[in-house]
Design a binder for this molecule. Structure first.
Ligand code: ATP
Ligand code: MG
Ligand code: FE
Length: 356
């Protein structure tokens, strides 16, 4: 089985071909990602109109590149999977409409995919992870703990009640004058700084609920920065170090509670796994924290390669394969409308014949 995947939900224009070999082992035949970061840097964040136009300009060439790198023609794929939400509506329209046109013209099945399902299932593309497992999704738009019971079978255990974790990194970077995207720059600065100089809060610490909160942390950074402004390079590095330390400690405490719940609910699962996904999973301090946390709950951490944690189309093609293999194709995919909001646990895919 071979699936072409298309991803355009944010600021990456991406296409990929993923296959299952005869033994059922997945293979990434191509994975082409065009990042629009340069077009958005001047604005300090993603500008939806610019993103949509850039997707229109880039997508055809990216799809061609993905097919030719994989060495396949469109006629040789078994389906076309495209991100149908959640994300910026302009980009979603560009990707999904392109996929619809290609599917209609070639007679191939169309698979509208939830972007979060792509992130959620990536670990099964690169590692041997069986259901059920726990997913920590930490990205620019989401911070969630999700129980993954099967393809299309998700239960959200925790969400952020305010900012997403990636958003907290990006906003902190912005107010310290570091360039967009903030996450990697904050991480770089943090490595140079003294994490003990500033005491930042640990939001929701000790609360029984499993949720996250990061806006108070961002506010504390703002207050600290304005109290000591103008900021020296050392100040910036120390603030980043303190911020990142507050994040890792908060994650350890919050996620630890979900791990405990998982172990209580599923004591029999063999090789129980916490899978981490989303762009923030690129952060080495966060990976190290989770690496240390999991064994304390007799769980293992599965972290896909960084290139597959950030937005890409291989994860969308893979979700298409998983859906097709599970018989979850929609009979009515051509009429599926892109959804800017689409919680994973609400209805992970179009219901067959629902007309949605
Ligand atoms: P979503 O998947 O929720 O729609 P998104 O697709 O924009 O959001 P990703 O592309 O998965 O999110 O991740 C981007 C986010 O990851 C940005 O907020 C970025 O700052 C953050 N990020 C990337 N690298 C790092 C890092 N090393 N440390 C911390 N954050 C990082
Ligand atoms: Mg992105
Ligand atoms: Fe994403």
């Amino acid at each position: 089985m071979r699936i072409l995947g298309i991803e355009t939900s944010c600021d990456e224009t991406a296409a990929a071909v993923v296959a299952l070999d005869d033994a059922g082992a997945p293979q990434i035949l191509s994975n082409v990602v065009f990042s629009q970061i340069e077009e958005h840097t001047a604005f300090g964040g993603v500008v939806p109109e610019i993103a949509a136009r850039a997707h229109v300009e880039a997508l055809d060439g990216i799809i061609e590149a993905a097919l030719s790198e994989a060495g396949v023609e469109l006629s040789q794929v078994d389906g076309i999977a495209a991100t149908a939400g959640p994300g910026l509506i302009g980009g979603l329209i560009v990707g999904l409409m392109t996929a619809k046109a290609m599917a209609a013209a070639s007679g191939k099945p169309l698979l509208p995919v939830n972007h979060l399902e792509g992130h959620a299932l990536t670990a099964r593309l690169t590692d041997d992870v069986a259901f059920p497992y726990l997913l920590l999704l930490v990205s620019g738009g989401h911070t969630q703990v999700i129980l993954v019971r099967g393809v299309g079978d998700y239960q959200r255990w925790a969400s952020t009640i305010d900012d997403a974790l990636g958003e907290a990194f990006d906003k902190t970077a912005k107010l310290l004058g570091l360039p967009y995207p903030g996450g990697p720059n904050v991480e770089r600065q943090a490595a140079l700084g003294d994490a003990k100089r500033f005491a930042f809060p640990r939001p929701l610490r000790g609360e029984d609920r499993l949720d996250f909160s990061f806006s108070g942390l961002k506010t504390a950074v703002r207050q600290t920065a304005s109290a000591i402004a103008p900021l020296s390079d050392t100040d910036i590095a120390d603030i980043c170090a303190g911020f990142q330390r507050a994040i890792t400690e908060t994650l350890a405490e919050r996620v630890g509670r979900s791990l405990e719940k998982f172990r209580t609910l599923y004591p029999q699962v063999e090789r129980p796994a916490l899978v981490v996904a989303g762009g923030v999973a690129a952060n080495k301090a966060i990976r190290a924290t989770l690496d240390e946390l999991c064994p304390r709950h007799e769980m293992r951490l599965v972290a896909p390669p960084i290139a597959l944690c950030t937005d890409n189309a291989a994860m969308i093609a893979w979700a298409g394969i998983e859906r097709m293999r599970a018989g979850l194709e929609s009979a009515d995919a051509q009429s599926f409308a892109p959804r800017s909001r689409w919680p994973l646990d609400e209805d992970a895919a179009p219901i067959i014949g629902s007309g949605k």
